[in-house]
Design a protein around this ligand. Structure first.
Ligand code: ZN
Ligand code: FE
Length: 269
């Protein structure tokens, strides 16, 4: 099912914003988005103050917005320090008010955030946590998926259930295929090794895992990655795949059940 009420751009993205992917802690990512026109700058998730502050100091960008995808510590840990230094407004799931330090504005599914003259859509993607949201920048064809959708994988189901998590992933896989996905962690290689175990005959997956190994060898991130490529390679977006269904020995059942079986197997992988 496609998310309702969010735009599906038929025109080329404007790419008027600057993006900076920042590695934090051991395997977390934060992303800075800067609008040269208004000077506004947002960060998606705040795993660690130092690396984010360093980029802000080097670029001279003034942080105006903090967007949290969910309440886990490795996504909100530097909220207060960044707010104190830059005076940014903190936005995040209203459901986790009290768990998100310094939250100024609670968000729910369907909310729209104005940034640099463009709209950011808030999409509820519960499962990893019940309040988890994704942020979709239609004008730039970019989506921030936090710990819901990873490249070649997905987040663990901590608060929701498999059917709920599947519905969230199904929503994300219906975004335009050329949408670039930024996720919360660099887990792509481990995810890819699991993916190859459950769908070894997927040629594009084999290629992607090779590319991922090369990127990591060069010390480069494996994201962002297009939703289209994820749909063709990420087993958690592919419960219809015959090879995957054969692997988990589940036929004639709903997609979410196949997804749930994959998620359980990945938990033990
Ligand atoms: Zn998390
Ligand atoms: Fe996380």
């Amino acid at each position: 099912m496609a998310a309702k009420g969010i735009c599906d751009p038929t025109v080329e993205p404007q790419s008027k914003f600057d993006f900076k992917l920042i590695r934090c802690r051991t395997d977390n990512y934060a992303v800075l988005v800067h609008d040269p026109g208004s000077g506004d700058t947002l960060v998606v998730d705040t795993p660690e103050f130092g690396p984010i502050d360093e980029v802000l100091r080097k670029t001279g960008w003034k942080l105006t917005h903090i967007l949290n995808t969910h309440h886990h510590h490795d996504h909100v840990g530097a909220n207060e320090a960044l707010k104190e230094k830059y005076g940014a407004t903190i936005l995040g799931p209203a459901a986790n008010k009290g768990q998100i330090p310094g939250l100024d504005k609670g968000l729910k599914d369907g909310d729209k955030i104005n940034f640099g003259g463009e709209v950011i859509d808030v999409i509820a993607v519960p499962g990893h946590t019940l309040g988890h949201v994704a942020y979709y920048m239609c004008s730039e064809k970019v989506v921030f998926t936090g710990d819901t959708l990873f490249s070649l994988g997905c987040g663990r189901i901590f608060e929701g259930d498999a059917e709920m998590m599947w519905h969230s992933l199904d929503m994300l896989r219906h975004l335009p295929e050329d949408t670039l996905m930024y996720c919360g962690h660099e887990y792509t290689l481990n995810n890819g090794e699991f993916a190859l175990e459950v769908e070894p005959g997927n040629k594009e997956l084999q290629q992607r895992v090779e590319e991922v190994r090369e990127l990591l060898r060069q010390g480069k991130p494996t994201i962002p990655v297009s939703i289209g490529l994820e749909k063709r390679t990420n087993p958690f977006l592919r419960p219809e795949s015959q090879e995957i269904r054969d692997h988990v020995q589940m036929h004639g059942v709903e997609n979410w059940r196949v997804f749930g079986s994959l998620r359980e197997r990945k938990d033990r992988f």
